[in-house]
Design a protein around this ligand. Structure first.
Ligand code: GLY
Length: 281
């Protein structure tokens, strides 16, 4: 609306959930891993195909901004763990405790059984958010795609990953091509849900390549979801994976394994939250 860049929009946009202590799937207040450590994954990609990523980053509220600086200030695409933290501190980011009392309490509750059975998206019909201590209806990740007034596309994806994951586990969100992909000639896509299944199918890249072949954004998201289901039907029925996409004409769409997948759309005149009626189950 104000002639800013799509890249700035997605970075600033995902800052909101990253800084929200009540959102337990992203940034500050995100669920810790099974050792009680909050580790964050994020990536960002612009219209020129530049990209930056951080994985297993600790103690920094805005991993997306560290990812952007990896893109802009280093010859690399991805920094992980201690190296990512060292880089962030060198760039002036402040170390903060990301484990809120609420997430610490939920982790301690989880420790009583220590069952590694992550239920990460509320749309999953077997998922009872009311049964998971402290959780709310939510996705496990924030993926944001934007087109600016010049028609340029960018995307950002950021998460604290699967709650109570193994220490060191990295999901799809910081993996370019899996959690996010932007091709300014064609469109952009991002994902949420069980990252392992998205990585196995290079999901967001697949969605963009299907749009290149003429699929609409929703058709492309659906085809990527069907690929996941076809490969592992026994796993797919109990998990959620959802894709969002936008094409170069500004058309958008989404598709998810489980019904009820919600996504927000904002343009010059309108902001709306859409609940995806069409899903596989
Ligand atoms: N989609 C986020 C994760 O699997 O970590």
């Amino acid at each position: 609306k104000n002639n800013g860049s799509a890249l700035d929009a997605v970075e600033k946009g995902v800052h909101v959930p990253e800084a929200d202590p009540n959102n337990q799937s992203v940034g500050l207040g995100g669920f810790p891993d099974r050792d009680g450590i909050v580790t964050l994954d994020a990536c960002i990609m612009d219209e020129l195909g530049n990209c930056g990523s951080v994985a297993a980053l600790q103690n920094i509220v805005h991993p997306i901004s560290v990812a952007r600086l990896v893109m802009e200030k280093t010859p690399h695409v991805m920094l992980v763990g201690e190296g990512a933290l060292k880089f962030a501190l060198e760039q002036g980011f402040k170390k903060e405790n990301l484990l809120t009392p609420k997430s610490e309490k939920d982790w301690k509750e989880w420790l009583k059984k220590s069952e590694y059975n992550p239920q990460i998206n509320s749309e999953n019909k077997s998922f009872r958010p009311d049964k998971l201590p402290g959780n709310k209806l939510n996705h496990d990740t924030i993926g944001m795609l934007a087109m600016d007034a010049k028609g340029n596309l960018s995307g950002a994806c950021t998460t604290s990953g699967m709650g109570f994951k193994m220490h060191g586990r990295v999901g799809d969100s910081p993996i370019i091509g899996a959690g996010l992909f932007v091709d300014n000639e064609v469109g952009a896509a991002t994902s949420t849900g069980v990252g392992e299944e998205v990585i196995r199918n290079v999901g967001s890249f697949l969605v963009v390549e299907l749009m290149r072949q003429g699929y609409s954004p929703e058709e492309a998201c659906k085809a990527a979801v069907m690929r996941i289901i076809k490969k592992k039907p026994e796993i797919a029925k109990d998990i959620q994976v959802g894709f969002l996409a936008i094409n170069k004409q500004g058309k958008y769409g989404a598709y998810a394994i489980q019904k009820g997948f919600s996504f927000a759309v904002c343009d010059k005149t309108d902001q709306k939250l859409l609940i995806k009626g069409k899903s596989y189950y």
